[in-house]
Write a protein that binds this ligand. Structure first.
Ligand code: 3EB
Length: 437
């Protein structure tokens, strides 16, 4: 391994980015490698369709220095990737994976100084990067040439383009370790709903949710905290008519929930964030997907949780000829049972097979979309949650063997069943069959 110097001042050329749905794009010419930029390892995918350009970024520092040095390196890398694009780009949301919760304060100061009025929706998650670094950042950027980004406040950023409004919202973190899991979960959903309401967004419009829970598999007055979260979520979702939305016309009478990730964090309490979509366009449709290999979460037997988890295995959004598929946190579960107990590599392989089947054309056809479908190669980025740091190499080995060079962040986190060693989520971009790329 060539040891990078710890302040990461080395100037490296940008490695080629990964491109999805961008074949034949005429405005994809790159300026010559941006001289003078401070660059780390490059991990980003460019997604371009209908004249709109997005970046999916997964950046881990190369340097091993102090937190500030590592953060500076990551921010410089993101900046360099944005500047390399032929059009002006801006960050909309970022998830900051931290080794140490105490670093969130310094990071917030630097973000505020750097981004000013254009502060992306920022969520800190205490899930140490598996490679031993002090942080990693997942971010989305979009071209301001075709999209309007409104930085409404620390918990709300909206992105509008082509008659679509994407709403990124969070509810902060409830940190009180003494609060019961049920109460914390209920409060957080309430806060998220009120943030959304302030932006004119009913909770029905939410398509993707992330829940990061401290001590997720530990008991809380005798009941596992994750199960109490499920009880609160069930109560909250009972009042949300996801299935009556006009964007899910094929789902009348079926069970509809947002795609979701429910995962551990080393911080106490609960952190949550979500994404909603609003549009009046008549060529936009949603399809919640279930996994043919897995029992739907909402049909899990009571032995896992008195009130079942309520989420879809994936949420697909079809915009004209293009499909974006938000893949929920996926684990080595077949039917409703954990398989390959104790074997992280096999669990990873099963998890990827589960994702492959979930996004396959046959599964879209089951949901009523005959012309859609995606493959593992269509994933723009993945997050891989690894329970035991010692399994990192094995898990990464399987992922790289099956997925190749997809931008990824590997972070240490407890999965919501004690026997699950890995969980993977991601987002895939594909075009309808016969549709123009
Ligand atoms: C599973 O398949 C693994 O509670 O929102 C994955 C994704 C999991 C989301 C959630 C839980 C959740 O049951 C765990």
């Amino acid at each position: 391994m060539n040891a990078p110097n710890h302040t990461a001042t080395g100037v490296r050329p940008l490695s080629p980015d990964r491109r999805l749905l961008d074949a034949g794009s005429s405005n994809g010419t790159h300026p010559a490698s941006s001289a003078g930029a401070v660059l780390g390892r490059q991990h980003h995918t460019v997604i371009g369709y209908d004249g709109l350009k997005r970046l999916a970024l997964m950046v881990t520092p190369e340097g091993d220095g102090a937190f500030r040095d590592q953060l500076w390196e990551v921010m410089s890398t993101i900046r360099a990737i944005l500047l390399e694009q032929a059009e002006p780009m801006t960050l909309t949301t970022q998830t900051v994976f931290l080794r140490d919760a105490a670093d969130a304060e310094a990071a917030t100061k630097l973000f505020e100084a750097y981004h000013g009025e254009r502060m992306p929706l920022t969520v800190f998650v205490v899930q140490p990067p598996c490679d031993g670094k002090r942080l990693a950042i997942e971010a989305w950027a979009i071209s301001t040439q075709s999209a309007q980004v409104d930085y409404v406040g620390p918990h709300l950023v909206t992105v509008s383009h082509d008659g679509l409004r994407w709403v990124h919202a969070s509810a902060g973190t409830l940190r009180q370790p003494e609060g019961s899991s049920f109460d914390q979960s209920a409060a957080l959903f309430g806060q998220l709903a009120s943030t959304l309401r302030g932006a004119g967004v009913p909770f029905e419009d939410v398509v993707r949710v992330w829940l990061y829970q401290g001590n997720i598999t530990e008991p809380d007055a005798g009941i596992e905290r994750y199960r109490e979260l499920n009880r609160a979520r069930t109560e909250f979702f009972a009042g949300v008519a996801f299935d009556e939305l006009k964007l899910v016309p094929k789902c009348r009478g079926r069970t509809v929930y947002p795609a979701s990730t429910g995962i551990g964090t080393l911080e106490h309490g609960l952190t949550t964030t979500c994404m909603a979509l609003q549009t009046n366009r008549n060529d936009v449709e949603l399809l919640p997907l279930e996994n043919p290999l897995q029992t739907s979460s909402f049909d899990y037997p009571e032995c896992y949780s008195i009130k079942s988890p309520k989420f879809s295995r994936a949420m697909a959004v079809r915009i004209g000829q293009h499909v974006t598929t938000w893949v929920s946190g996926t684990a080595s579960i077949v039917d409703s049972e954990t398989v390959h107990v104790g074997d992280a590599a096999k669990q990873t392989d099963q998890t990827l097979t589960n994702i492959e089947q979930l996004i396959a054309a046959e599964n879209f056809a089951r949901g009523g979309w005959q012309d859609a479908g995606a493959e593992l190669a269509d994933l723009a980025k993945i997050r891989v949650y690894v329970k035991n740091p010692d399994d990192y190499e094995a898990v990464r080995g399987v992922c790289e063997q099956r997925l190749g060079e997809v931008p990824a962040i590997y972070a240490v986190a407890d999965v919501c069943r004690p026997d699950l060693l890995v969980e993977i989520e991601g987002v895939a971009f594909s075009s309808l069959k016969g549709g123009a790329a």
